[in-house]
Design a protein around this ligand. Structure first.
Ligand code: HDD
Length: 761
């Protein structure tokens, strides 16, 4: 990335927008960002190694950082002032009439401080309230000028700064990260032709086909209005009442009940633009497109039981994971893939590409990789950046355009509108995180919190008094909508109806279910069972199962059994004989289709320590993990140093109490008689061990610690009698080999062969 610095499309004249001819912002003046972290140091998010955290981007790869530098504040070495810059002598005591007398109205310092505090909160996002953001850049691999004139795709190696915010949907701002939910995947590209927001999700389809239903959907999934229960959960009556009456949501429900809804990390999930968009080239020709983000680490998820436990022990699990990875220089990376196709192709598909409840199987239109996105800098301030960032589906740039997707149409309106109440007025685009790197010139004026100081007396166009400026860019340079209607044969009468293929609600739900591995299908079934078992009204459960029978008789029958109901008749379908699909299975829809490279970078491993551990094998495993880029943590009954039998010293920085097993990807049990006695006497140890096993994680047991496995009733073989590839026993002689096996097993992430329903452990 370092070498990219010279290729940056930094907007060297952004300061000129404000008339700051001598401002320090020039391409040469790109600021260096000193690493916040010493090499080899811990990456705990609680620790700061420099005065300011979040400053690890390689020098100059992010042009948006420099415009933000104009507003960065660093108070080191500064005296305390009021908001008017008046130095404050005493920040401890209010101004009183006598030591025990009343506080005086005159105390403007107290009043300013309290008044500001009283107004510190802004409304949270109506959906996607809980999120985490990071800065980074997009780099184009090859010019895409054949398809689009959009600035980021102009030439190979072109770098466009981005800010990304990941989120859950239903929960409030302080809710847990690991809820079963869709994840938002919103990318703001600060292109040199203005900002482009690709406001996507980690699932390629949506619940509804028309924005008209969005408020209903959100009201149904949010906590129920009378008692505000449950928080960040879809497992309740109103959600299932609504979706069971909206068969168009069936496909999305399959995704939501799959492990996609409980990702292991934001870094291990795909992203999708969902709608069909358009690419437009210099000749005005347009192509249809779907956007895909593919994580370099592969796609990995949690298991439900684990997600539930993590939400108690570390509600910030995903936020922490993203922060720590970036601070450690393990920059998360995704490749951007495009499915590009023509209107003629679209017309031949068995489904309608304007229907956001449908995806385009990769077998039909392959995904073409066109670039990569790297997140390499944490925000300096959560509120100023992550909370105030305003993504808007309406924000597109020349070279892109919308289609007539009726869900997208509502979004084009909704996002700008919501920012006006959330961010307090129409000037939210001036907040530093939202300001484009491109210059802004128009005749819009005034409004709450206006920052720009416009010169001159002209605020209209056409004008002669300002030489006609700012002038229209013209269709060649400026944004011009594609004139073509998607379907020229359609009449343009005003109607409130849907196209016919929108009525096929089940074909792709079936496609998704049939494309999953047996393990994933079992998890989908378990998730439906869990959620529907929380529904208190039997008629809702029955209607939902009746609907699911249309997608999969196997799934429907299983659920009827699991929920203790008679098998209902399938729900009548809106379209009895839909066009047969092009494919019945699409293996790319399985999470297992993208395991990553088998590496273990950033995986967290708990290494249990106690007084008298057998130290040499532990030392070896820790070194091997560090060498492979994993993050071993020494976990003891208490913090501090433990001495091994050979005098080795191990400093535990986590405890059995503060870091329970389910927070880790793998576990190492030490050898050593005295140590094992101590671990055995602590009930946390067996809990730890059982969680690791239940959640299908890798366990390495040295020497006599095998006895702990037996005590925790951990089976040594899989239910089918095969050896458990995730359970590795080592004696002193075989330590090296066992460590290599352990690293390889950890690379496979989970050992689902252990699973039984109900779980035995
Ligand atoms: Fe939305 C936020 C994604 C449909 C209205 N949406 C929001 C965010 C994401 C999405 C990722 C959070 C952005 C951030 O991090 O700040 N939304 C989607 C996707 C959809 C979708 C992928 C379907 C394909 N959304 C959708 C519809 C509407 C909205 C149909 C309204 C008609 N969405 C909003 C909103 C939010 C929002 C109310 C809440 C806060 C915000 O915009 O800034 O305008």
């Amino acid at each position: 990335t370092q070498s990219l610095a010279s290729a940056i499309p930094v907007n060297s004249n952004k300061p000129l927008e404000h008339g700051e001819a001598n401002a320090p912002l020039t391409p040469e003046g790109l600021r260096a960002h000193p690493p916040s972290r010493l090499p080899g140091a811990s990456t705990l998010s609680e620790e700061n190694f420099s005065g300011k955290t979040g400053t690890v981007a390689p020098e100059g790869v992010n042009a948006s950082i420099d415009t933000l530098d104009r507003v960065r504040v660093d108070s080191s070495g500064q005296r305390l002032t009021t908001n008017q810059g008046v130095p404050v002598a005493d920040n401890q005591n209010s101004l009183k009439a006598g030591a025990r007398g009343p506080v005086l109205l005159e105390d403007f310092i107290l009043r300013e401080k309290i008044t500001h505090f009283d107004h510190e909160r802004i409304p949270e996002r109506i959906v996607h309230a809980r999120g985490s953001g990071a800065h980074g850049f997009f780099e184009c691999y090859e010019p895409l000028t054949q398809y689009t004139k959009a600035a980021p795709f102009e030439k190979a190696g072109k770098v466009t700064p981005v800010f990304v915010r990941f989120s859950t949907v239903a929960g409030e701002r302080g809710s847990k990260d690991t809820a079963r939910d869709v994840r938002g995947f919103a990318v703001k590209f600060y292109t040199d032709e203005g900002n482009w927001d690709l406001v996507g999700n980690n699932m390629p389809v949506f619940f509804i086909q028309d924005a008209m239903k969005f408020p209903d959907l959100v009201h149904a999934v949010k906590p129920e209005p009378h008692h505000q229960i449950p928080q960040a959960a879809s497992a309740h009556d109103t959600f299932w009442d609504f979706v069971s009456l909206m068969p168009e949501s069936t496909h999305m429900l399959m995704w939501l009940m799959s492990d996609r809804a409980i990702p292991r990390s934001y870094r291990t999930m795909q992203g999708f633009g969902v709608h069909t968009f358009r690419l437009v080239n210099d000749n005005g020709e347009s192509f249809l497109v779907k956007f895909h983000w593919q994580p370099k680490l592969g796609t990995h998820s949690m298991v439900w039981e684990e997600a539930v436990k993590i939400s108690g022990a570390d509600p910030d699990f995903h936020r922490r994971d993203l922060w720590e990875a970036i601070e450690a220089g393990e920059y998360p990376e995704w490749e951007l893939g495009l499915q590009i196709f023509t209107e003629e192709q679209a017309e031949s598909f068995s489904f309608d590409i304007l229907d956001a409840t449908k995806l385009i199987p990769e077998e039909l239109v392959p995904v073409q990789i066109v670039g990569r996105m790297v997140l390499n800098r944490n925000p300096d301030n959560f509120f100023a950046e992550t909370e105030q960032v305003a993504f808007c589906a309406a924000h597109i740039v020349p070279g892109l355009d919308f289609t007539n997707d009726p869900l997208l149409a509502g979004r084009i309106h909704s996002y700008v509108d919501t920012q006006i109440s959330r961010l307090g007025g129409p000037n939210f685009h001036e907040l530093p995180i939202n300001a484009p790197v491109a210059q802004v010139h128009n005749n819009q004026r005034d409004g709450m919190h206006r920052q720009a100081i416009h010169r001159g007396r002209v605020a209209y166009e056409p004008n002669s008094l300002a030489g006609g400026c700012p002038f229209q860019a013209g269709a060649g340079q400026g944004f011009a909508s594609v004139a073509r209607r998607l379907d020229a044969k359609e009449s343009a009468d005003k109607v409130r109806i849907k196209p016919e293929k929108f009525a096929d609600h089940y074909t792709q739900a079936r496609l998704f279910f049939e494309s999953q591995t047996p393990v994933e299908q079992a998890h989908i079934g378990n998730a439906f069972r869990f959620e529907l078992s929380k529904v208190t009204v039997p008629a809702i459960r029955e209607r939902m199962v009746a609907s699911l029978l249309n997608a999969s008789t196997e799934l429907g029958a299983r659920l009827a059994l699991d929920l203790g109901m008679e098998l209902p008749a399938p729900l009548p379908k809106a379209l009895e004989n839909p066009t047969p699909p092009e494919v019945n299975r699409s293996p790319a829809l399985s999470l297992m289709a993208r395991p990553g490279d088998g590496g273990i970078r950033t995986r967290k491993v708990a290494v249990l320590v106690a007084p008298g551990v057998e130290g040499s094998s532990l030392g070896k495993v820790v070194s091997a993990l560090v060498a492979a880029g994993a993050v071993p943590r020494l976990v003891g009954a208490r913090l501090g140093t433990y001495v091994g039998v050979g005098g080795e010293r191990f400093a535990a920085d986590a405890t059995l109490e503060n870091s329970p097993g389910f927070l880790f990807d793998a576990l190492v049990l030490p050898d050593g008689e005295e140590a094992l006695q101590a671990l055995d006497a602590d009930a946390h140890t067996l809990e730890f061990l059982r969680a690791q096993y239940w959640h299908c994680k890798t366990i390495l047991a040295f020497g006599a610690s095998e006895a702990l496995l037996a005590e925790a009733q951990i089976p040594m073989a899989l239910p089918d009698g095969e050896a458990d590839p995730g359970l590795i026993l080592a004696d002193a002689a075989s330590a090296d080999e066992a460590i290599a096996d352990f690293v390889a097993a950890l690379g496979r992430q989970r050992h689902f062969g252990r699973e039984t329903d109900p779980p035995k452990i």
